[in-house]
Design a protein around this ligand. Structure first.
Ligand SMILES: Cc1ncc(C[n+]2csc(CCOP(=O)(O)OP(=O)(O)O)c2C)c(N)n1
Length: 296
């Protein structure tokens, strides 16, 4: 999670969840004890499921929020001190981003995956994009840093490897043909469902698949220890851009950090001309994550 999420979850008196499930899960941030919890959801099964809500609200998020706004207005409008909250949030966010500046701007070869994410955000306006990801390190690297600014433009937190190309495909085809639909995945994730890329080619669905190829299952480094020592269980390999081309799509393999932005621009052009595109970035086995598991 982001630095400001961690700080505010720790310090807040009140936590207001809107349209969320408040599921207690090993991969999700836990809500620390002692908070006043307001839980608004349209699914009654989630109310009081894992956390006892002080104020459970069953309703559509838009309607609930409208009523909240009316209630605040009827009590005299904006609460005092709101500007201070915004400034404080910006300050905490900037301090957190400063801790990650070296990774996000890294000139390392093999490319640091955080640099790929930073360049993507620099080149693509999030209003034009729908972004999704597979499980594995790309999920945990993208999740804290990608800033979605419009509804349904980020399909996050898949915990199964196999979802990303299919999700991007469906988004592009069925829902938002005007959007740049992009899925991020690792090389092992590609090993599971990479051939879905051929579905996109065959159906004429111009998505972009981004493969962060670190020749390993890096997220398994702490887990697959014995099997890796004995049998090299975490190692994998392949030339995924070549595979993308063999399946009939547009593709490029990128090895230098200074080529990332140009590659994203060319891939986007390819999708705009109707081609499914695949970008393979040769990346390092980065194992640092932002506040992962900080509130288990
Ligand atoms: C269907 C399925 N099988 C296994 C897992 C467990 N798992 C999560 S991530 C991962 C490896 C991911 O490796 P890769 O895609 O190369 O990404 P990396 O962490 O190396 O960047 C595995 C085996 C899972 N989440 N889903």
């Amino acid at each position: 999670m982001t630095g400001h999420t961690l700080q505010y979850l720790r310090e807040a008196d009140v936590v207001f969840g809107i349209g969320c499930s408040f599921t207690r899960h090993g991969m999700a941030a836990s809500i620390p004890a002692g908070k006043t919890l307001i839980h608004a959801t349209n699914d009654e099964r989630d109310l009081n499921k894992n956390y006892a809500a002080d104020y459970p609200l069953l309703g559509d998020a838009r309607l609930v929020l409208r009523q909240f706004i009316e209630a605040v207005k009827s009590q005299g409008g904006r609460p005092a001190g709101r500007e201070n909250v915004r400034a404080e949030l910006e300050r905490v966010r900037a301090a957190w981003l400063a801790e990650w500046a070296a990774a996000l701007g890294s000139k390392e070869v093999p490319i640091n995956p955080y640099r790929v994410i930073a360049e993507f955000m620099r080149t693509v306006n999030p209003r034009d994009a729908i972004v999704t990801h597979d499980s594995g390190s790309p999920r945990d690297q993208l999740l804290p840093f990608y800033r979605a600014v419009s509804p349904r433009s980020y399909l996050g937190w898949a915990s199964r490897m196999h979802s990303a190309p299919g999700s991007a495909h469906h988004r592009r085809q069925a829902r938002r043909p005007d959007k740049f639909c992009v899925n991020f995945m690792g090389d092992a994730a590609f090993g599971m469902t990479g051939l879905d890329f051929e579905t996109a080619v065959r159906c004429g669905t111009p998505i972009l698949t981004v493969v962060l190829n670190n020749s390993a299952m890096a997220i398994e480094i702490p887990h697959l220890v014995v099997s890796h020592d004995k049998y090299g269980a975490r190692d994998i390999g392949g030339r995924y851009a070549d595979l993308g081309r063999a399946m009939g799509g547009w593709s490029e393999r990128v090895e230098q950090p200074e080529d990332i932005a140009g590659a994203f621009a060319r891939a986007r052009k390819a999708t705009e001309s109707g081609q499914a595109a695949l970008l393979e970035f040769i990346t390092s086995q980065e194992t640092r994550f932002s506040n992962r598991g900080a509130l288990r």
